[in-house]
Design a protein around this ligand. Structure first.
Ligand code: FAD
Length: 1007
């Protein structure tokens, strides 16, 4: 059995879940059971309440709460005190803590500080700073106190910094609460490098060894499977993703199996955590491979299991699937049912990718009802599962208890360390549950720095208005509301589907390549795709095309804009329908990876729809004011025949964007695609023609820039030129236009850049590595927006560069027809030779030699240090990702249009870094990685750059969302995909009519 399609109609699934749960639940009874727990917890809150109160006073929806969360996310990892002070001052200052930099007199900060201190006093016996000192000691003290507050928050959620400490804490807790069990979680971000994965693996091994030893030694440890470990597969492999399936199965399965064997031998339990939805199918394959081995190797081990997320719309089928596996392999599984911890990021991913629906429910009570339906299913399948219910919600717990009785099924309850203790205290004190019932605590172990991502998820969970824990702490929420039945289908507030988030414009539909049925049409299209490049046009043909376009102009410009816009919209729909074929063309002709190909087709569709809407806005006549007896109307009109010269790196999106903009504004077009990629352009033109654009209005002329392109530019009847390509060619075009007699011809040029990313020491190295790898090496660095220059704060540079090198080593370089490939070939021999020359210059290596895989050490020298990477293949024009450290920003003289990144270290004032970046003269994209909001804001304003991206990658601008284009050497503007683009294609005509010329001023006289 395979899982169903993940992006399905939500209401139908909710109806099914509600019916399934309602059939086995008496909800009024649930309320009766849980209401006293709620009252008792509110009456007698557990110590954790202090943090809850803090979050209540400073909710994360308010600046103060957000500041607290931001500080919690970043402050503990900042190595240098100057940056720590800047971060603290920024966050406390911006959150209307009255803007006082030392903060001492600010009432809000005072209150926060008081809460912090009060909190410290409760939990930290060694607290030595009474609140009064704040006023006297200034910024450093405030930072120290804030650090303390954050550490305090962190402590709420970590059982111990080492497994040894955690075990001892667990033992001590079990003395007073013998029903407690533990599952330890070794904290950390997902692995980006093999070194990371090795480290996590060693820490899991060590933890299991310690658990085994503790059991062997202790007399009060309880039965062997009292303890357990939870593992994250993403921590154990740097490329734990569907596209790397074969490698993951070959490398990850044996590794996890080693942990399983250790756990099975020690008879402790091991649970695989549930992670993002796009890894679900892969994790099931890993799980099944392990299950096979458990069946043969450890058939009596009952501690193997996995977590399943009820917020997934496929959760019920998932349980069926896993149950079938358990029966197939004869292994009864521990199955932890959670609602799911990544709700916000799943929603964002679906929106960004333009998916047909969400893979998770969009309303909290839908996740709740799904949880109940899943719980019933688990409890019914006693032969397959030992269910473990992980929740802090009193209503959910009471419902589980009721259902378990009904099905007479054994089960376990689970909660996170630092959460839910009050409700469970009341549950165990009540008669609702057997005294022998166990409660397992998920216990994170690790240093505070490793906690940060986990901490933020917990703060979000506790701070979310819809969260049970949050509402429980709020006395204003009546118990009836808190325990309201989730067993209904109504939606108070419809949630927009990904296709509607840009409403009224329709968002383009994307493809989730991890879903077999979605990628199949693309792969099928590839099998039938052939590229037959056309012959180059002659100069005569090129000139004739301009003449025809010129002749067709008058009629075309007088067509209503609504007709022209309708043709664009029709083309968009046709392109959407043909997305697989166009993706296959892009993979074949332009060596795009599949992910890049999908993104490019979507961008082209978005351009068509966006410019259609924009044209109707900007081409509408404008009635102007004036004296009575006169009408004045301004008519925006096309200018004439435009020449659209597009590059090979976005042969569909940029081509389509230029052409659509010119056409819809009433211009005729002669399009000259890049000589490397004419076929995809010709196919795009066919779609435009089929959608009603006359053949004389849009013509394609193929051939070399130097010959055909030059002829076209020089033609007297060209009324405007839009060009995307190198600065050098833009200048040639500009000179050629200037040299012509006749009218002055407008030029829109979008050129390249030495795009930089500034990283300060508040940034999270893992996120920086992700952003850099995507920005510098996707599309083999052949994007004008690609990252060329990474400027890292010296305090974290070693760590970031090491991680980057490790992540680069994990990239797959090769043929983009394979879904696994990350970095494809360069576009042609000329490009290959150029990049190779740069690599040799920067690295001092002999021509064409295959460079050794780097070890994990840093390059020793600056300015020509050893490159990171490995592949240079003449035959396939492939060059793997390269990284070089250089002395200074000024040393980076030119754009290297390939997978080559230069890194420079900085210290001191980040404004000086931006100054040097500005001095390079380019101004296309800039990345800023900092958690200091005011710094990001100031640096963005200081930068002379068209597109600034903060705390993310710097590529993939979305039409109408991130209008794209630069300044200085990077282009003339206006920005493509922005509101000022189309007017540049327009001429204007004002028509003034003397309305009193015949018959006098009737309007005035009859008013
Ligand atoms: C022992 C244990 C192990 C865990 N392991 C994992 C794991 O492996 N993987 C994992 O992802 N999580 C895991 N979690 C975290 C878990 O997902 C959250 O703690 C849990 O969702 C909180 O649910 P609740 O019933 O306690 O609270 P409630 O407040 O009742 O529910 C909150 C949950 O509802 C869902 N939700 C919130 N808003 C919406 C909305 N608008 N639409 C739809 N759904 C919404 C989210 O899942 C949110 O977390 C684990 C938790 C525990 C206790």
């Amino acid at each position: 059995m395979r899982l169903p399609f993940p992006y399905r109609d939500e209401p139908a699934i909710v109806r099914r879940n509600v019916d399934a749960a309602a059939a086995v639940l008496d909800w009024p009874q649930v309320i009766e059971t849980a209401r006293p727990w709620v009252a008792a917890v509110r009456e007698n809150p557990p110590p954790f309440w202090a943090m809850e109160s803090l979050l209540k006073e400073y909710p994360i929806s308010k600046p103060e709460g957000l500041a607290l969360m931001r500080l919690a996310e970043a402050l503990l990892r900042v190595p240098d005190s100057a940056t720590a002070i800047a971060l603290t001052a920024d966050q406390l200052g911006r959150a209307s803590f009255d803007g006082n930099s030392d903060g001492a007199n600010s009432s809000a900060l005072g209150r926060l500080s008081n809460s912090v201190i009060a909190l410290s006093k409760k939990t930290l016996p060694d607290t030595d700073q009474p609140p009064g000192l704040f006023a006297k000691l200034g910024a450093k003290t405030v930072v120290a106190a804030t650090l303390r507050a954050v550490q305090l928050l962190a402590r709420q959620f970590v059982l111990g910094q080492t497994i040894e400490d955690a075990l001892s804490e667990a033992r001590s807790q079990r003395r007073s609460e013998p029903h407690l069990r533990f599952s330890f979680d070794m904290l950390g971000e997902g692995a980006r490098t093999m070194d990371d994965a090795d480290r996590y693996f060693a820490s899991y091994q060590h933890a299991i060894r310690m658990l085994a030893q503790a059991h062997a030694a202790a007399t009060d440890a309880g039965p062997a499977d009292t303890e357990g470990i939870s593992i994250k597969l993403s921590a154990l492999h740097p490329r734990y993703e569907d596209a790397q399936r074969e490698r993951v199965l070959a490398e990850l399965v044996p590794r996890v199996w080693q942990l399983c064997e250790m756990a099975a031998n020690a008879r402790i339990n091991l649970t695989i955590d549930a992670e993002e939805v796009d890894r679900l199918e892969l994790s099931l394959d890993v799980f099944e491979a392990l299950l096979q081995r458990v069946q043969t190797g450890y058939p009596t081990w009952t501690g193997f299991g996995l977590a399943l997320q009820a917020y997934q719309t496929r959760s019920l089928e998932l349980i069926e699937h896993v149950g079938a596996l358990a029966r197939q392999y004869g292994v009864r599984l521990m199955c932890r049912l959670v609602k799911g911890a990544y709700w916000d990021s799943e929603i964002k991913r679906a929106q960004e990718m333009g998916l047909p629906a969400y893979p998770v429910f969009t309303h909290k009570h839908h996740s709740d009802s799904s949880y109940l339906a899943c719980a019933a299913s688990l409890l019914k399948q006693k032969d397959a599962f030992f269910p473990q219910f992980a929740t802090h919600n009193a209503g959910t717990i009471a419902a589980i208890v009721q259902m378990a009785k009904r099905f007479d099924a054994p089960f376990e309850l689970q909660r996170l360390h630092g959460m839910g203790s009050g409700v469970y205290r009341e549950l165990f004190a009540s008669r609702a549950i057997a005294p022998t019932q166990t409660l397992r605590v998920y216990a994170p172990v690790g240093s505070h720095e490793d906690l940060l991502a986990y901490l933020v998820r917990r703060l979000l969970e506790n701070g979310a208005n819809s969260s049970f824990v949050h509402q429980l702490a709020d006395d204003a929420v009546p118990a009836e509301e808190l325990l309201a039945s989730p067993l209904h289908v109504t939606e108070a507030r419809p949630f927009p589907l990904p296709r509607d988030i840009l409403a009224p414009r329709r968002n383009s539909d994307g493809v989730d390549l991890t879903v077999a049925t979605m990628r199949a049409p693309l792969l099928a299209a590839l099998a039938t795709t052939q590229i037959n490049p056309p012959a180059d046009a002659t100069s005569e043909q090129a000139s004739a095309a301009v003449q025809r376009a010129h002749a067709a102009f008058h009629d075309w410009r007088n067509r209503p804009v609504s007709e022209r816009a309708a043709m664009l919209r029709h083309t968009a729909d046709a392109l959407q329908a043909e997305l697989p074929r166009f993706c296959a063309l892009l993979v074949t002709e332009a060596f795009k990876t599949w992910g890049d190909a999908v993104a490019e087709v979507r961008e082209a569709i978005d351009f068509l729809r966006y410019y259609a809407d924009e044209a109707e806005r900007v081409c509408a006549p404008i009635t102007l004011p004036g004296p009575t007896g006169e009408s004045n109307v301004l008519y925006p009109r096309g200018r004439g025949a435009w020449l659209c010269i597009s590059p090979w790196n976005f042969p569909l999106a940029i081509f389509m964007g230029q052409v659509a903009a010119a056409l819809v504004t009433g211009n005729t077009v002669v399009a000259k695609p890049a000589e490397q990629t004419p076929v995809v352009a010709l196919e795009a033109v066919k779609l435009l023609h089929t959608s009603g654009i006359p053949t004389d209005v849009l013509q394609t002329v193929t051939g070399l820039g130097e010959t055909v392109g030059a002829t076209l530019v020089a033609h007297a009847q060209v009324a405007g030129v839009v060009f995307t390509g190198s600065t050098q060619v833009a200048k040639i075009i500009q000179r050629s236009l200037a040299a012509k007699d006749g009218p002055i011809v407008p030029l829109i040029a979008e050129t390249g850049g030495i795009n930089a990313m500034l990283v300060d020491s508040t940034a999270l190295p893992e996120h920086v590595a992700d952003a850099v790898v995507q920005s510098a090496f996707r599309s083999a660095g052949q994007r004008c927006s690609a990252l060329r220059l990474l400027c890292v704060h010296e305090e974290i540079a070693d760590h970031v560069v090491t991680m980057l090198r490790g992540a680069m080593n994990e990239l797959v370089v090769g043929d983009t027809a394979s879904l696994a490939t990350d970095v494809g070939p360069l576009i042609d021999q000329e490009a290959f030779d150029g990049i190779r020359a740069h690599v040799e210059r920067l690295g001092g290596h002999p021509a064409g030699a295959a460079l050794p895989r780097p070890d994990s050490g840093l390059s020793d020298g600056r300015g020509g240090a050893a490159p990171t990477t490995w592949v240079i293949d003449r035959d396939s024009h492939t060059i793997g990702p390269h990284l070089f450290e250089v002395d200074s920003i000024a040393a980076v003289k030119q754009e290297i249009f390939g997978p080559v990144l230069q890194v420079v270290r900085w210290s001191g004032d980040p404004a000086a870094v931006i100054e040097q970046i500005n001095a390079l003269g380019f101004g296309l994209t800039l990345g800023i990685q900092t958690r200091i909001d005011s710094r990001a804001d100031a640096l963005a304003r200081q930068a002379h750059v068209g597109n600034v991206y903060i705390n993310r990658n710097i590529i993939g601008a979305v039409v109408g969302v991130q209008p794209f284009g630069g300044e200085g050497l990077s282009g003339t503007g206006p920005k493509a995909g922005g509101p000022f683009y189309l007017p540049r294609f327009l001429g204007e005509q004002t028509i003034t009519i003397n309305t009193v010329a015949a018959g006098g001023n009737v309007t005035l006289m009859t008013a």
